[in-house]
Write a new protein. Sequence first.
Length: 284
Amino acid sequence: MKPGGRPDRGDGRPPAHAAPRRPQPPKPTLRIQTTTLWEYPSQHYDAQDAEGRARPAMQGDKEYVGATPSWVIWQLLQRYTRENDLVVDPMCGSGTTIDVARDLKRRALGYDLSPTRPDIFRADARKLPLEDSTADFVFIDPPYSTHVDYSDDPACIGKLDAGGDDGGKAYYQAMARVFDEIKRVLKNRRYLAVYVSDSWRKRKGGKPGEGLGQFMPIGFELFGLLRDRFQPVDVVSVVRHNKKLKLGNWHKAAEEENFYLRGFNYLLIFKKQEDRRHPGLAER
């Protein structure tokens, strides 16, 4: 007897009259997004085999907390890279960037303080083991303050509060060093993208409905740091399909306590543009 009272055949299989499990329908074909509002119904896309047929696959690990939507990386690599280009992810997480790059016949290097698989190298994003002007494209999905416990390593930037007593000074200083390192390893006239969200944190002691909390405009702050180092290309708003956004109790709390749930992520796209007359100076 199966849990819940459903009988089986004695070999673990359901009875012959049970309805067969329906296969998951294929995901929509990916197409280049042409507006600055991006949305796709799934965290991951279906790859294709050599004949162009859908091949259900997983890019990265769907169970990884804070996993990057693989279709976002697909969009970027289609626009800003070519076959055999080197794609670098300094905070590679579960390896989503590597998998997408390989799907599209790009080379990939992934780094992380806490590697989750053998093809991700252990390194701090503030000091990458790469020569200058090596990468054709850099993608990074950094910590959005301290909401996710990524690593036990004390050097992890995810342990730095973007809204702490110092106004997030330590967090933003760390991210500035990451961007300096990205600028060093990125080839001139090539692109990078930063996938990030703002944050809001409830303050203790407030009464329901007062909206007492702290808003951390992380996207705006990081845009400013990037603008000092690179040439802005565009800002895309990526619709979030977080499971929490489907839960009624979360929406009820947001209404009663007067705060907003995060409904989108920023995708900040920049280009390294060195003035050849003054090396290191970004063109304005």
